[in-house]
Design a protein around this ligand. Structure first.
Ligand SMILES: O=C(O)[C@H](O)COP(=O)(O)O
Length: 230
């Protein structure tokens, strides 16, 4: 079920928000985290490694597509995804289900998962045993502390957001219907910008695999309305 009008634009006045919500021409953007991958299943730090989706991951992508259809978010002008197959396959499954297999799709590593550096390939529980619960939590969920030789969320945002500003946002603001299939941390970086979240707020945000998020934006690209289709 769609989470009812989960309004995040707390900084906007309610009057302005109501006015804009009645405006069907307000720019709209749909983002989705890939379905479960083989390495998610094995509880391994994945980052820029490129495992495939599991069967469960494919089912999650299909379920996400059915939710998009159910709520009428099944027409797009362009799609963006990362250079990693778990996001690309998720997108493919969605596009097939909404009869949009020939949709123009741009793949770019700017949308990749954060690079987990030396943690890549390690089991997350083993890492907790080795470095302690707290240290691993800091690496996974602090804003600006990178894992050894990897990217913090802040560093991830430094490549995701310029790409958003240059390649995606202008299309969304022009009224193109854009679908992005990407990763937990690349989408967190984007959510930070769209929803106006602080570093502290964004690290608390968890994105479920295969669950689409629909954003309605104002004319500057900030979020007026957010619906999680789960
Ligand atoms: O790269 C990974 O391991 C996951 O896709 C995201 O991991 P996280 O939940 O530890 O950020």
């Amino acid at each position: 079920m769609a989470t009812e009008s989960n309004l995040v634009g707390m900084r906007a006045s309610h009057r302005a928000l109501d006015a804009d919500l009645t405006d069907c021409s307000a720019p709209q953007l749909v983002v989705v985290r890939h379905g479960e991958s083989e390495w998610n299943k094995l509880n391994l730090f994945t980052g820029w490694k490129d495992p495939a989706l599991t069967d469960k991951g494919k089912e999650e992508a299909l379920k996400g597509a059915k939710e998009l259809k159910k709520y009428g978010y099944d027409h797009y002008d362009i799609a963006f995804t990362s250079a990693l197959q778990r996001a690309q396959t998720t997108l493919k499954i969605i596009l097939k289900e909404i009869d949009a297999e020939s949709l123009e799709t741009i793949k770019d590593q700017a949308l990749n998962e954060r690079d987990y550096g030396d943690l890549t390939g390690l089991n997350k529980d083993d890492a907790r045993k080795k470095w302690g619960e707290e240290q691993v939590h800091v690496w996974r969920r602090s804003f600006d502390v990178p894992p050894p030789n990897g990217e913090s969320l802040e560093l991830t945002a430094k490549r995701v957001l310029p790409y958003w500003e240059k390649e995606i946002k202008p299309r969304v603001l022009k009224g193109e219907r854009v679908l992005i299939a990407a990763h937990g941390n690349s989408l967190r970086s984007l959510a930070m910008e769209l929803e106006g979240l602080t570093g502290e707020e964004v690290v608390k945000m968890e994105l479920a695999t295969g669950v689409p998020i629909v954003y309605k934006l104002d004319k500057t690209g900030k979020v007026l309305e957010k619906k999680i289709l789960e």
